[in-house]
Design a protein around this ligand. Sequence first.
Ligand code: GLN
Length: 489
Amino acid sequence: MDQLHSLSLTAALALLDKGEVSAVDLTRAVLARIDAVEDRIGAYITLSREHALTQAQEADRGRHAGTAGPLCGLPISIKDVLCTRGLRTTCGSRILESFVPPYDATVVARLRAAGAVLVGKTNMDEFAMGSSNESSAFGPARNPWQTSHICGGSSGGSAAAVAAGECLASIGTDTGGSIRQPASHCGVVGLKPTYGRVSRYGLVAFASSLDQAGPLTKTVEDAALLLGVIAGHDPKDSTSVDRPVPDYRAALTDGLKGLTLGIPKEYFAQGLDPEVEAAVRHGIEVLREAGADTVDISLPHTEYGVAAYYLIAPAEASSNLARFDGVRYGLRDKEAGTLYDMYRRSRSRGFGSEVKRRIIIGTYALSSGYYDAYYRKASQVRALIGEDFRKAFARCDALVSPVSPIPAWKLGEKAADPLSMYLTDVLTIPNNLAGLPGISVPCGFSGAGLPIGLQVQAAHFEEEKLLRIAANLERRLGIVGRRPELANP
Ligand code: GLN
């Protein structure tokens, strides 16, 4: 038998069903794995050991009593941007260092109701702003494949935890690529659902028109399983869509006959690392062997995506983060003599430099006299990008491309140059601007042994198609079981 911490959700479920392991066994195995590797990875901000073991005992009792939910007894982690009742939720920020939410995010409530065991809250870029995890106030999570390298961001702790076996699966969020990109860098599956598919209630807002939560998992089937649990309408989030949740796992067995995959030429442009290109092109060949046709597609406004996103997202963030003022949540500077001084000192101390940069850019872009030139213009570009995708999906079923133009880079390499970091989001951002679903599935490795992901995007609410394509690739490539060595010390 595999070591328990390296099991997928579905493999663990099969063992639980047969009575060969208990939820307590699984949870203990994951906690032991955390003890063995976490000092080298830094995937977690907060662990909930005691609570997890209590939940596991309850899960075992539930299973004996025949009341097991679909995730009963499975140890899962959650990005520290989703509120967990009674368990601190920091968003990777000093300003929320001691914030303990009085309620669960809907995603968390659904996981609990399904019987999942919550192991802890994963590391992330501060307020989900970043692509490398280096903006976390708690230090970066590291790439389990090479701990000198970034694990990606902003859901980097989730991706690293899954890759390193420090949980069986995780939930991240994706505003401009933050599920898909770290999944790609850590060699796991990451699914960003259609905007509105999953409730945002209790997800601490970065850019409300873009944020979406989704699974990071070891296999495509696990992503389908988790999505089925967290998706669905929520009266507490008016942007969540009231539409039936399909049985996502049922979509996985089909082949690709009759599907046409679009290859967007702008996603294979200058700046694409040759090893990434080779791995993705190989993946496309494999998908053709599985029966898919391919067609060349153009998404002409792709090159404006980064510029539009880095106005729209900071604009929304500058408004959303105004609530962290030292009065209502988190850190307050107690030395200040006046109210204004208290605001200034609390926010100066509480926020890191990337968050401050975004607040300043966003406030500027929304200020009177500049609004038309920046925010309105960016919104117009956003509409054009949506139009590009609509036209593309008239000609193909899904788009296949790289996720990140380069494999994981060395920690520190881009930290001093925000623009070069922003530019690495070029292939994931248009998807968020258009509200589409997207998945990253492992398709190979660089010469240096770093994972490379392949991105599939489809029209709104076509997650089943993404999963079906990703499952075919996974089956044929046979790299799904490959895990970083991280030999125990
Ligand atoms: N890297 C992007 C940013 O820094 C995306 C982050 C995200 O998806 N949360 O904004």
